[in-house]
Write a protein that binds this ligand. Structure first.
Ligand code: F3S
Length: 402
């Protein structure tokens, strides 16, 4: 791979140990994937923030790195935002998080902040906080945000891991391979639907297709016959990225790159309503949920407002919890909706979500409308939940005294 003289110096340690280690990782990845050069990125989203997901080994790694950066007087070089933590930084006791977990979570958060990373703690940085433009090269490490940035915004990022995203934040660079290159952004299969799915079915479509396409060796689907709004595209992309490795999709007449996405004659697969209804049976375990958790990925303003409308002035059922996960930015811009949900007895959580917080210590059954959450929540090694998958309205009404 060709490195400029300045990049050679960074790799040789001329800018200190923090930059040298970061360069080593980026160059190694570039070599593995056959990149010809490094390119600048305009923003980074780091993952590996929840103590539940990274544990003590991750905490040690981040604190060590933060120590080196502090000693060398270094901060991240580009705008860098943070994925959700394992708890709301203010409401963690109301969530039922124990103090031991909270202390370690705060250490991770503080280490990242000391590096100059913004305390955004959201998987939807593209709502107000870190908003890339079409065509910009970025290095993001949250699979649902990667899908949204690539597909809905038309920015360019590979699905980075926590350490490689951090390395890009420290150097301002990434290796030019994968989805940074035009040729890898073309569709390799057409997915045609002969009906317009209701919003909740986009999560089902994503959950179904992610694993199916990945098994077929396909990476970039091109959808025909649908007109999803932004919330539906968010749900679709998050679910496809969770059950498979789909980091980019196109929707005819909708997403920014659809016109250039098809070159040759591609195989077309057809998905019908019956197939999706059948697929729900594998996502919905049918149990009565103790916790109803909306906001995976973090809820948009319109989703938050919709939930507020549904519960405003109503009474919450005994024994049911309602959590709505949002970014700080969305919560701050919609104080009335937050108040309506909290007056009802629900919790509007910032900074975290039902998957990366330790809900398994308190709940055994959770209701969701997310194809991503429905995939992760039942995992024995992770959340151990019996999952109820239903449309948003139906779920919220399960918590309301009728
Ligand atoms: Fe975000 Fe948590 Fe879902 S990080 S995408 S809300 S699993």
């Amino acid at each position: 791979m060709h490195l400029t003289r300045e990049q050679e110096g960074m790799l040789a340690g001329k800018e200190g140990e923090a930059v040298r280690k970061a360069m080593e990782l980026i160059v190694a990845l570039g070599d593995i994937y056959g990149a010809e050069r490094l390119i600048p990125v305009t923003s980074v989203q780091v993952s590996g923030v929840s103590y539940k997901t990274i544990g003590d080994a991750g905490l040690d790694f981040i604190e060590d790195y933060a120590r080196i950066m502090k000693k060398e007087g270094r901060k991240v070089r580009v705008k860098t935002t943070m994925n959700p933590a394992g708890m709301d930084l203010e409401k963690w006791e109301r969530m039922g998080v124990d103090k031991g977990f909270a202390d370690k979570q705060l250490r991770i958060f503080n280490a990242y902040v000391s590096m100059g990373i913004e305390p955004s703690l959201t998987c939807t940085p593209y709502y107000f906080v870190n908003v890339p433009k079409t065509g910009e090269h970025i290095a993001w490490a949250e699979s649902s945000a990667v899908s949204y940035a690539n597909s809905v915004i038309g920015a360019r990022t590979n699905r980075e891991g926590g350490p490689s995203a951090l390395a890009s934040a420290i150097t301002g660079l990434t290796a030019e391979y994968g989805l940074h290159l035009d040729e890898n952004r073309k569709a390799d299969i057409i997915v045609e639907l002969d009906f317009e799915p209701e919003p909740y079915l986009y999560a089902v479509l994503g959950n179904h297709l992610g694993s199916m396409l990945t098994k077929m060796g396909r990476k970039v689907p091109y959808f025909r016959g649908i007109r999803p709004d932004e919330d539906s595209m968010k749900a679709l992309g998050a679910a496809m990225a969770a059950t498979g490795s789909i980091a980019l999709y196109h929707v005819e007449n909708t997403t920014p790159e659809w016109k250039d996405a098809i070159d040759d004659k591609l195989e077309t697969i057809h998905i019908g309503r019956t197939e999706l209804m059948e697929h729900i049976k594998g996502m919905d375990m049918g149990c009565e949920p103790e916790l109803i958790a909306i906001g995976c990925p973090h809820a948009s303003e319109s989703e938050l407002e919709r939930i507020a409308e549904l519960v405003k002035g109503k009474k919450k059922k005994e024994g049911k919890e309602l959590w709505v996960s949002v970014s700080r930015a969305v919560a701050e811009r919609n104080p009335e909706a937050v108040r309506a949900i909290e007056d009802f007895g629900g919790l509007v959580l910032r900074d975290t979500c039902m998957v990366v917080s330790p809900i398994e210590n308190r709940f055994s059954s959770t209701g969701v409308n997310s194809g991503k959450a429905a995939y992760y929540l039942p995992k024995e090694s992770f959340c151990r939940q019996c999952v109820r998958f239903r449309p948003l309205e139906e779920l919220v009404m399960m918590a309301v005294v009728q």
